[in-house]
Unconditional design. Structure first.
Length: 541
């Protein structure tokens, strides 16, 4: 029996069915760099019929000749700087897979992307277990009650004992684990994977070490017919392991999973396609459809009739042929139709959405409609910012999109002072995208930029050079970070700013910011000014 349906070329009918939000699965993959996220993404798209050969994501990417330098940075450093969305449909379910950049320097972008998903797949390398970035991203998911399916990858290679991995997940993340697909042998003994729910053995024919291409149905993990096809020592080990696994860990409980207390665990190999189909089936069957989204006027139910959505990402330069910016919008309720006029809550102005686009692997196309859970791109010239809410007329705002205090601060030095205007424009644009934060000091005329990780500075300089034809360098500043200042009474803020002119600035929305030199100075300011709040994050408005 063939495991995968014949891969198809992009069906143009994706999302055309008016089946509402319940059939949406909007999810992200979280992992530490190198665990196999890109490979798994490709295989999921393949399993979903979104691409017709593995590697197409990369191949198409490389075919884009005119990619700018920051894409080159991404390629040369082997990291994924951009986030994007990939939509595909299988068996009546529309999957919206939101890509998150894996490198920690871009975690701010990742945090925001995670505000737009309803569930996540956590990829863990079987040889390495939980790594630092996995843990960080997991904690964000937990904060937001995002349920997680775990994919333990690379079981075709020598790795750690499956029990060791399960115990690490259980103890390290304080989660119940429920193994769903188990590896049959590992490394040089690797024979395939066994689906504990369906009793299907995923293997490869004719070479045991090749890619998965065959499924055989057995009566159970102890079926003598299964053991007959396995090398004796592998069969014996497998039988013992499965017995222990089934006795020692939780049975699958869909409710516990959706509440974030339990993670189903799938052992597999993204590279060789083992267990990818099983993973997708678990997402389709159990991952939650769109969940209520928090707003300043209470949670918005996805089944509410009127349309609502928020912008979680703005990206420029998606395609050299389209110089505009694209705002990535997650729908939270209602049935959106192309051409609708939505209320742009921040400005109070109507916004006619005539060219909504959806993303199919690396392609883009116009879409006629969207439901809660869907993510579309709206091309615009700067009207839409990260954190913006769109409604059918109501004035509430979605909440929970944080802007983080930067950890690296630099003064921007302009090589050619005639280019001041271009620089201002560039910083405004790139701050709007969320790449950097920009501060204008109370004293002095040079901009200060703040980033969460230093790699963002390379990307910034590279993009300013390429897209705005302006060369910049960075100089150190004595400031360690930034804190947003607020108080019940405006005059307290004013007084503080006057007394600390050398260490104050305005952010791009003219909000007052304190730039302390170190922790001590921040503590001192807090002690001296009990009426002021120095916030580490602020909600984007
Ligand atoms: P990412 O950084 O998480 O996106 O990881 P990639 O998908 O780029 O994978 C990192 C490396 O691991 C690449 O060399 C992949 O070919 C390899 N890899 C990914 N999945 C598997 C797997 O299942 N088995 C083996 N042996 N290698 C894998």
């Amino acid at each position: 029996m063939s495991a995968l349906p014949e891969p198809q070329i992009a069906p143009t009918s994706v999302r055309s069915k008016p089946d509402g939000s319940l059939s949406r699965r909007t999810f992200a993959i979280i992992s530490h760099p190198d665990a196999g996220k890109t490979t798994l993404t490709e295989k999921l798209l393949l399993a979903g019929g979104a691409i017709n050969m593995a590697g197409a994501v990369k191949v198409r990417g490389e075919n884009r000749r005119a990619r700018s330098d920051w894409m080159e940075i991404e390629q040369s450093r082997g990291i994924s700087v951009t986030s994007s969305v990939m939509t595909f449909e299988r068996e009546g379910i529309t999957f919206n897979l939101l890509d998150t950049p894996g490198h920690s320097d871009f975690s701010e972008d990742t945090y925001r992307t995670l505000t737009a998903v309803d569930s996540a797949i956590m990829v863990v390398d079987v040889a390495k277990g939980i790594e630092s970035q996995t843990r960080k991203l997991f904690e964000i998911c937990r904060l937001r009650d995002i349920p997680i399916i775990t994919f333990v990858n690379k079981v075709d290679r020598e790795g750690r004992d499956p029990f060791e991995i399960l115990d690490e997940l259980e103890a390290g993340l304080a989660l119940s684990v429920s193994p769903q697909v188990w590896p049959v042998g590992m490394g040089s003994d690797f024979q395939g994977c066994f689906d504990l729910e369906t009793n299907e053995f995923l293997h490869s024919r004719p070479r045991a070490a090749g890619s998965f291409n065959s499924v055989t149905q057995f009566n159970g993990p102890d079926d003598p017919a299964l053991h007959a096809v396995l090398p004796e020592h592998v069969a014996a080990k497998f039988a013992g392991e499965v017995e222990l696994a089934q006795a020692g860990y939780s049975a699958f409980d869909a409710e516990a999973y959706r509440q974030g207390h339990l993670t189903p665990v799938v052992f597999g190999s993204a590279l060789r396609d083992f267990s990818v189909d099983q993973l997708l089936k678990i997402v389709a069957r159990f991952a939650p459809p769109p969940r209520p989204q928090p707003s300043d006027k209470g949670a918005v139910d996805p089944l509410t009739q009127s349309v609502s959505a928020f912008v979680f990402k703005v990206q420029a330069n998606m395609d050299p042929n389209h110089r505009d910016r694209v705002a990535f919008v997650r729908f939270c309720s209602g049935h959106f139709k192309r051409g609708m006029k939505l209320n742009h809550v921040r400005s109070g102005k109507p916004l006619a959405v005539n060219n909504p686009i959806y993303f199919f692997a690396q392609e883009r196309a116009l879409t006629e409609e969207a439901f809660a859970g869907d993510v579309i791109g709206i091309p615009n010239h700067g009207t839409l910012r990260v954190g913006d809410t769109l409604t059918e007329g109501e004035t509430f705002r979605f909440t929970g999109l944080p802007s983080f205090a930067p950890e690296v601060m630099r003064r921007v030095r302009l090589e050619d002072t005639m280019k001041m205007k271009q620089l201002r424009r560039a910083l405004e644009d790139l701050a709007e995208e969320g790449l950097v934060q920009v501060f204008k000091p109370t004293i002095g005329s040079q901009w200060i930029v703040g980033v969460v990780g230093p790699l963002q500075l390379d990307v910034l300089a590279s993009r300013v050079r390429n897209e705005y034809k302006t060369d910049i360098t960075f100089e150190p500043v004595p400031y360690a970070t930034a804190r947003w200042i607020s108080a019940d009474e405006e005059r307290f803020v004013k007084t503080f700013m006057q007394e600390n002119m050398m260490s104050c600035a305005m952010d791009r929305d003219e909000r007052p910011v304190f730039l302390p030199k170190n922790d001590w100075e921040l503590r001192y300011a807090r002690e001296r000014n009990p009426g002021l709040t120095f916030a580490e994050t602020r909600e984007i408005v």
